[in-house]
Design a protein around this ligand. Structure first.
Ligand code: HPA
Ligand code: ZN
Length: 341
């Protein structure tokens, strides 16, 4: 066993009690099959599955696009403000059970507006659940809207226009969906406008795309965080740059395994990232589709890579220091980790 643990059970118990933040979570990717059926029935939406087991059996992916096809289909059951509330409330209850103290949630407005569901319907339900979780569970949150990169920059601009009346509830913008062939450079102007509005900037880069897309996210979009970033390791100068800047990477181990970004959890680059001085964090991405929430991600990668207590404490600290919380809140959460350690 790695330093500090007598057994795998001892490490699992340590992970469960560790205070943590989650920084890479697509709320639509937390739609569990049971809720998918309930909402399909509530809204009279047809889904191509007869049972929950059929749904889970369909979750076998060989790459990102395989997953995205079924992810966009799944979100079709979300129609009303109440649906978005129930989806978000269910995720927050799971996060609370994993001792997550702070969440920074993505949503994909274009995945809804293109189906005729209003921006206000989606954001209204999500924020109502976020507000309730603050009182009910003490979980703080930030909300990040993502642009779908397979669509045009003009479409992203129109989405930013729709967001303007809701800027009091939106903390940042991100970039997700099909990466290869849709580089950050395609969205340089809309991200500049978002920055001018005071929004924080993140982008998925280096999940399937090359290290150059990570450079572009830094140079052209001027990101505050990189989502995934795995393929940065192919470029030594990029690794040095990310380490020097203290750039946070939101790494998603079970996602990487399910989408064949890694062949085997034992080959996951998380430990290499930490050893290279990269500011890596552990997140669940789309937990319903990839087989687990944040603690399951910590556990899977910790077991496969025999992570030590010091590694796990670093990952939890990174999750707060890489967040968009203010300095006082970060210090309070870091003190809670120190007390736990
Ligand atoms: N990558 C890109 N787009 C996504 C993902 C992801 O992991 N999850 C939801 N949209
Ligand atoms: Zn993601």
């Amino acid at each position: 066993m790695a330093d500090g643990f007598a057994s795998a059970q001892d490490r699992a118990t340590f992970i469960a009690g560790l205070p943590k933040a989650e920084l890479h979570l697509h709320i639509e990717g937390s739609l569990e099959p049971e809720l998918m059926f309930e909402l399909a029935q509530r809204n009279n939406v047809a889904i191509p599955f007869a049972t929950v087991e059929d749904v889970r059996a369909a979750y076998a992916f060989s790459n990102l696009q395989d997953f995205l096809d079924i992810y966009y289909q799944g979100m079709g059951v979300l129609r009303t403000e109440q649906d978005f509330h129930d989806l978000t409330a269910a995720y927050l209850a799971r996060a609370h059970a994993d001792n997550v103290r702070h969440v920074e949630i993505f949503f994909d407005p274009q995945g809804h507006t293109e189906r005729g569901v209003a921006f206000a319907t989606a954001i209204g339900g999500i924020t109502r659940a976020l507000d309730a979780a603050k009182t009910q569970h003490g979980i703080s949150s930030r909300l990040i809207m993502c642009f779908l990169r397979h669509l045009s920059e003009a479409d992203a601009e129109a989405t930013l226009d729709q967001a303007l009346p809701h800027l009091d509830r939106i903390d940042g913008v991100g970039l997700d969906s099909s990466e290869v062939g849709h580089p950050p450079s395609k969205f340089e102007r809309v991200f500049a406008r978002a920055r001018g509005l005071g929004l924080r900037i993140v982008a998925h880069a280096g999940e399937e795309g090359p290290p150059d897309y990570v450079h572009q996210a830094l140079d052209l979009l001027k990101v505050d965080r990189i989502d995934h970033g795995n393929r940065s390791l192919e470029d030594a100068a990029l690794v040095a740059r990310l380490a020097d800047q203290g750039m946070c990477l939101t790494v998603c181990p079970l996602s990487n395994l399910k989408l064949c970004v890694v062949d085997d959890m034992a080959a996951h680059p998380l430990k290499t990232m930490l050893d290279a001085g990269l500011h890596a964090t552990v997140n669940s991405d789309d937990p319903s589709y990839f087989g687990g929430y944040v603690n399951a991600n910590y556990l899977a990668v910790a077991d496969a890579l025999d992570l030590s207590k010091a590694d796990l404490l670093t990952l939890a600290r990174n999750s707060f220091t890489g967040s968009f919380l203010d300095a006082g809140d970060k210090a309070r959460h870091l003190a809670a980790i120190d007390a736990y350690a």
